[in-house]
Design a protein around this ligand. Structure first.
Ligand code: SF4
Ligand code: SF4
Length: 331
């Protein structure tokens, strides 16, 4: 795999600083039951990096101490972590909103019996990848049979009450990302298309669609280099930069925690190994958040940041420039 950090380092991206922290995005480990082409984590079934119990305890302590509203669980497939369910139960008991970044096929993996029912019982908000509503496109990007299993997973979640008007507390959002080196189309129109097609063909309902820009890091970035598309894609991102998106990029209010407990300004920076600028000689750690306020601190930037501000903008909650809902708001 080609290293992309050296290609991103020299940047003229504007300096930005943190606001009040409201979300801990915790990467429980890089193991996944899939190995998608666009994956910015490089996750796969062969990865062994997983968060240990002591670090999970620190995550819970920070949630309680700092009154953080949202715990956003990611990976890999976060559900593959043996402590996933107990972390969810304890975070919910603290009154924290929990998001599970779910790849949908995990719901039908051996060893995951009762997962969908567990998520519903604890009112876990699900954010699920479905990069297209056509089987061929999804399978090409995410692997053979992924579309069919994803549809089955969505139907199972709908049957449990997710995205149904009678259960507004069960939120199911979908994530779209382009198949190749292009910007995502307008999120509102794409959401309307997804809603129409998924309902007509599969009887599936969901709350919101988040349209994400592919970031030039890890596997996607490496593929750009291999195909000679790096410079063109970076030029596309830079030329579409909108300064008004700078105010709402996700790193303003979110901290990303890696499986070892190190802190980063976002999970893209985590994948690039770019620690926050003021963390000193060692990367800041989750326990530092027990007694430190990160508001006002500078954010580590590089050229990939243009992926967040290009066009309608992009974050783990979808477009920045459209009326995408605040992460905390069920619909
Ligand atoms: S399902 Fe998600 S974490 Fe797993 S390989 Fe695909 S993109 Fe990466
Ligand atoms: S890539 Fe990360 S640090 Fe850069 S603007 Fe986006 S969220 Fe912020």
């Amino acid at each position: 795999m080609h290293a992309t950090r050296p290609l991103l380092k020299a940047t003229d991206f504007p300096a930005i600083r943190r606001k009040t922290l409201d979300t801990l995005q915790v990467n429980l480990g890089y193991k996944c039951n899939q190995s998608c082409l666009h994956c910015h984590v490089g996750a796969s079934p062969h990865r062994t990096e997983m968060m240990d119990d002591a670090t999970i305890e620190k995550v819970l302590a920070v949630l309680a101490r700092q009154n953080i509203q949202t715990l956003d669980l990611t990976g890999g497939a976060p559900e593959l972590h043996s402590g996933f369910r107990s972390l969810v139960v304890r975070a919910r008991a603290l009154g924290v909103r929990v998001i599970d970044r779910c790849n949908l096929t995990i719901l039908s993996e051996p060893g995951q019996a009762g997962l969908a029912e567990f998520l519903a019982a604890h009112q876990v908000e699900i954010t699920a990848s479905l990069p297209c509503y056509s089987p061929a496109n999804v399978d090409r990007q995410r692997g053979d049979g992924v579309f069919e299993r994803s549809i089955a997973g969505l139907q199972q979640l709908n049957a449990l009450g997710y995205a149904q008007a009678s259960r507004p507390e069960l939120v199911l959002n979908l994530v779209y990302n382009p198949q190749g080196p292009t910007l995502p189309p307008p999120q509102a129109q794409l959401q309307a298309d997804y809603k129409r097609e998924l309902l007509a063909h599969f009887g599936i309902r969901f709350n919101h669609l988040f349209a994400l820009t592919n970031m030039p890091v890890q596997r996607f970035g490496s593929t750009l280099v291999s195909k000679g598309q790096w410079a063109t894609y970076m030029q596309l991102l830079r030329s579409a930069h909108r300064p008004e998106n700078l105010d709402t990029v996700m790193c303003r209010t979110l901290v990303s925690v890696d499986w070892q407990g190190h802190l980063y300004d976002c999970d893209f920076n985590q994948m690039l190994g770019m620690a926050a600028p003021e963390s000193g000689p060692r990367a800041a750690r989750i326990e530092d958040l027990l007694d430190q306020d990160v508001a006002g601190r500078p954010i580590a930037i590089a050229d990939h940041c243009y992926g967040c501000t290009a066009g309608q903008g992009s974050s783990c909650g979808g477009a920045l420039g459209e009326a995408s809902p605040p992460l905390a708001q069920p619909t």
